[in-house]
Design a protein around this ligand. Structure first.
Ligand SMILES: [Zn+2]
Length: 223
């Protein structure tokens, strides 16, 4: 976790400032995972997130940390740490742990959202499997990618708006069930769309001072 924190500072630190943040540049989503996402999972994930954010003005640049080169620079970035593998829908029973019951979480420091999201893919896979989703390996990966996209969209909402509140329905509701994660479409409500203006993140980035990382999961996409 401290390594990730350093990565955030290394990339954000030199570029934070009013003159460095553009209002139209895509937000780089930097995936930090032990193994790259399978192609079908990544494709479904990208499509789902881009579909959910289509009306917001945000666009995203998808980056694998393992493929980054020295000198890479991103004016706006969010690091997504993937815990465990995201390939198949796991058949093992879920481990019992209250503290780590969340599928994903973002971090705050002194009330400010940090550009750092963690997602527990194994837990997501077990949740989907228990609900009976995914027959073939291909459909499993497509279901996983779509669900992963919705979990990520929920956390991106918190980070991009700096808003810790939840909605009564849609992507930003406090808990996403297997049905929410696999239904044909799941969108933000009008209120969240109004908060997700492209300016919200850029404006906050110019004001952000060097934070310290919270060790606690604070926002949960599902249990
Ligand atoms: Zn949340």
């Amino acid at each position: 976790m401290r390594i990730i924190t350093f990565l955030i500072f290394a990339l954000v630190g030199p570029t934070v400032g009013a003159s460095s943040v553009t209002s139209e540049a895509p937000v780089a989503l930097i995936f930090d995972s032990a193994t790259p996402l399978p192609g079908e999972v990544a494709t479904a994930l990208h499509q789902e997130v881009e579909s959910i954010f289509r009306e917001t003005g945000y666009s995203f640049h998808w980056v694998n940390r393992s493929e980054m080169k020295a000198g890479d620079s991103f004016p706006d970035l969010i690091v997504i740490r993937i815990k465990s593998t995201c390939g198949e829908i796991d058949v093992r029973p879920p481990a019992v742990s209250k503290r780590h019951a969340a599928l994903a979480w973002a971090h705050v420091s002194e009330g400010d959202m940090l550009p750092f999201i963690e997602i527990d893919c194994a837990r997501l896979g077990r949740m989907l499997r228990a609900a009976g989703f995914g027959d073939s390996a291909l459909s499993q990966r497509q279901v996983m990618g779509k669900a992963l996209g919705r979990v990520l969209a929920h956390e991106l909402y918190h980070v991009l708006t700096g808003n810790t509140q939840h909605a009564h329905s849609g992507v930003a509701q406090p808990a996403l069930s297997p049905a929410h994660l696999t239904t044909s479409t799941l969108t933000f409500t009008a209120r969240e769309l109004s908060l997700l203006t492209r300016r919200s993140y850029a404006a906050r980035q110019t004001q952000q001072s060097a934070p310290t990382l919270s060790e606690e999961p604070v926002f949960e996409s599902g249990r």
